[in-house]
Design a protein around this ligand. Sequence first.
Ligand SMILES: NC(=O)c1ccc[n+]([C@@H]2O[C@H](COP(=O)([O-])OP(=O)(O)OC[C@H]3O[C@@H](n4cnc5c(N)ncnc54)[C@H](O)[C@@H]3O)[C@@H](O)[C@H]2O)c1
Length: 383
Amino acid sequence: MAKELKYGMVGGSLRAFIGDVHRKAIGFDTRAELVAGCFSTREELNRETAEAYGLTPERTYSDYRQMAVAEAAKPDGIDFVCVTTPNDTHYDICKTFLEAGIHVVCDKPLCFEVEQAETLVRISEEKGLVFGVTYTYTGYTMVKVAKEMIATGKIGDIVSVNAEYVQEWLLDELSPENKGSDKNLSVWRTDPAKSGISNCVGDIGTHMENMVTYLTGLKIKRLVATTNAYGYALDLNANILVEYENGINGGYWCSQVAAGKLNGLAVRIYGTEGALEWEQHFPDYLKYTPRNQATQTLSRGTGYISEHAGSFSRLPSGHPEGLFIGFANIYRNIITTILKKKAGETPTAEDLDFPSVREGLAGVKFVHAVIGSAAADSKWVSL
Ligand SMILES: NC(=O)c1ccc[n+]([C@@H]2O[C@H](COP(=O)([O-])OP(=O)(O)OC[C@H]3O[C@@H](n4cnc5c(N)ncnc54)[C@H](O)[C@@H]3O)[C@@H](O)[C@H]2O)c1
C-alpha cells in the first residue's frame, strides 16, 4: 500500500549516527516513505546508502541543491526533507529546501547565527511550511505527563529549576592515545568550522534548555555562564545560572567529560506544592514528590496518566520503550501536521506539539548567550 507522504534525507549515510534514528523513528508509524536522498558528499558512501534503502539512482543526489530543485519539480516529489548533517551545513540546506517549497525537519542545533535562524523562521512562516527541529527528548510519554502536571498545578508555582545534560564520551576521544583517531565520525563536534562557536552547549546544552522551556513554559530573561575547554578549541563543560522572565532562577550544567555519565539528561522542577524529576536514562518513569509526602514513582502505561499523554506509548507498562519511540512521537505530530496542511485542514494544538523552528531559534540564542557570557568573564547576558 502506498504511504501517505514521501520524504528525502540529507546526511545520514550508513555508519552515521542520527540519520538512521530519524529513518527508524519515521518508520514506527508507517505513514511516510523514504524516496530520495543525498546521504554523503562521498560518492561511494552516498550510493551504498541509497542502495541499502532501495532508492533509485535517479533520486540519489550528489548535491542537496540539485535534490531540492529536482524534487520540487516532480509531481510526486518529496513532501518533506530530514536534515541530519553536521551543524555547519544546516542553514544552507534548510533554506534551500524551504525556498523550493518543501517542508523541513532539521536536527539541532538549528544553525550557527541568530540572524540565520531568524531567516529560517521568516521563510517557513511566510511560505506556510512546517519546520520541525528534533529536540528528541520532549517526545517521551513521561515528559508529556510532567508537562501536564506542571500546567495543572500539581507542584504549585515553580520556585526553582535544576537541569543537567552530562556525558563522558569526549573524555575518551580526547585522551592522548585516541586524539586524532577517525574511528568516531562524531568528533567533528570539537571542530569550530563544523560545530560553530560551541561544542558542548550547542550539542547537548540546547536539549536541556529546550526541555525546561517545554515542561515549564519559563522563558530565560538572562544568564551568566562559565565554560571549560581544557586547551581545546571549543567548550566541553559549562555551568550556567539562568534568570527567567518571572524572576525565578535555574541552574544548568552540561558536560562531555563527566566520567560515568553516559547520556544523562535530567530535569528537576521544584514548586510550592511539590517537585518532579525526570531522567533520560529511565525515560518510562517520573518521580513526583507532593509537598510533605513521600516520593512516588509514576510509570508509563498505567491508568493514572491522562489518555492524551498515554497515547504516546506504544507498549504496555513494564516493556521498556526508548529513544526511538521518543523520536517517533516527535515525527508522529510533524507528519500529522504536514498531512493536514496537504489536505487543507488546520492542525490542532495537539498536532502542533512538536519542537519547531522557533524553538530552534531559541536554542541558537541560548548558545550565543552562554558562550558570550563565558567569554566576557561571566557577565550577565540578556536573551
Ligand atoms: N536529536 C538528537 O538527539 C541528536 C543526536 C545526535 C546528533 N544530532 C545532530 O544531528 C546532526 C548530525 O549528527 P551525527 O552525529 O549524526 O553526525 P555524523 O557525523 O554521524 O553524520 C553526519 C552525516 O552527514 C553527512 N554529510 C555531511 N555533510 C554533508 C553534505 N554536505 N551533504 C550530504 N551529506 C552530508 C555525512 O556523510 C554523514 O552521513 C548534528 O547537527 C547533531 O548535532 C542530534
